[in-house]
Design a protein around this ligand. Structure first.
Ligand SMILES: C[S@@+](CC[C@H](N)C(=O)[O-])C[C@H]1O[C@@H](n2cnc3c(N)ncnc32)[C@H](O)[C@@H]1O
Length: 326
């Protein structure tokens, strides 16, 4: 089995069940990766078209081979923030099912040349889209201690980010951090543990990856892009692996599933704008203990889903969207 084949799609059964009623529709797999979810969808449902995209060119290369004979699968090397535009290039106005399975693919994590894993030495790269300019190395050069500490706190949930940020920036300036192993060493020096790699190393790597790829910004954009092209009764499913990602999905899905109350300056209710979606998961769906046992990557996954119920007032929601993330 090659690296490209062993990716086990997370909560695939739950995804297939949520899409069952739209089974002959037009699907968007916005993070096609190694094609795990798409394969399950093809196995259990009968989509008319699957539009697959990924910002990692390697994912498109893998899926081009994997789905070579499936003419109804259309692949795009694209950021899902642009999924509305991508779909329209095919002359399609609306889709029935959208899946975002956020984060990193196993094949990228396992490739030491990409620099994502603290367990393999490699260059300070971490770009999901290898055609983009800014690598981790560039990011470290343009970032100050304060900004890095913020990144480590917000994206890595580190409780004492300042000491680590200071060490990384100081060592980088002194030319002591040139590759992944140097970065790991710098973090380890802050902890006096010799018999194991502390959790904080993984947290720092996660935070840096999210920052280099601007992942939360694109997630927000992708959710709105998807909502715009989702048909009435269409379903949007998002699997996230990080508290920051889940917070964005939860806020947005709650927001679009509730009416907007328009009040007069005196605070009287003037109008109530009906919701544009139904929240199918007021509480997130979590992987079963059996799945976590088989696939540890599923451990931190949370799945949320909505169904679009109306298009009429989407512009009201778009106008107010800035308010929901504060
Ligand atoms: C967890 S993997 C998806 C795995 C896939 N569902 C499967 O079963 O094989 C996440 C994928 O999303 C891609 N990705 C992350 N952010 C993206 C974005 N903004 N636009 C498009 N793809 C993105 C990554 O490159 C990665 O391939």
């Amino acid at each position: 089995m090659t690296n490209e084949n062993y990716h086990i799609p997370v909560m695939a059964k739950e995804v297939v069940n949520l899409f069952k009623e739209r089974e002959k529709g037009i699907f968007v797999d916005a993070t096609i990766g190694a094609g795990g979810h798409t394969s399950c969808i093809l196995e259990h449902l009968s989509p008319k078209i699957v539009i697959g995209m990924d910002r990692d060119p390697k994912a498109i290369e893998i899926c081009t081979k994997k789905f070579e004979k499936k003419k109804h699968i259309k692949l795009f090397h694209e950021n899902y923030a642009n999924m509305d535009k991508v779909v329209k290039t095919l002359g399609i106005q609306e889709v029935d099912a959208i899946l975002i399975d956020a984060g990193l693919s196993s094949f990228a994590l396992d490739d030491e040349e990409r620099g994502f894993s603290f367990q393999k030495d490699g260059p300070l790269d971490m770009r999901m889209n290898t055609n983009e300019k800014e690598t981790l190395s560039d990011f470290l050069d343009r970032t100050d201690e304060h900004t890095l500490a913020k990144v480590l706190k917000e994206y890595g949930d580190l409780t004492k980010p300042y000491r680590i940020a200071k060490k990384i920036i100081t060592y980088r300036k002194e030319g002591k951090i040139k590759k992944v192993s140097d970065l790991v060493q710098a973090i380890l020096e802050e902890f006096h543990i010799t018999n194991r790699i502390p959790d904080e190393v993984r947290q720092v790597f996660q935070a840096l990856r999210i920052a280099v790829n601007n992942e939360l910004f694109f997630l927000r954009k992708g959710l709105w892009a998807g909502l715009r092209i989702l048909a009435i009764n269409g379903r949007f499913v998002v699997i996230s692996f990080h508290s920051g990602e889940d917070r964005i999905v939860k806020s947005l899905f709650r927001f679009v599933s509730q009416p907007i109350k328009i009040l007069s300056p005196e605070g009287f209710l003037i109008e109530e704008i009906p919701p544009i979606a139904k929240n199918l998961t007021p509480k997130p769906i979590l992987p079963s203990p059996e799945e976590v046992c088989l696939n540890t990557r599923a451990k931190s996954a949370k799945l949320r889903a909505i169904e679009k119920i109306s298009d009429k007032y989407i512009h009201y929601y778009l106008e107010k969207e800035g308010e929901i993330y504060d």
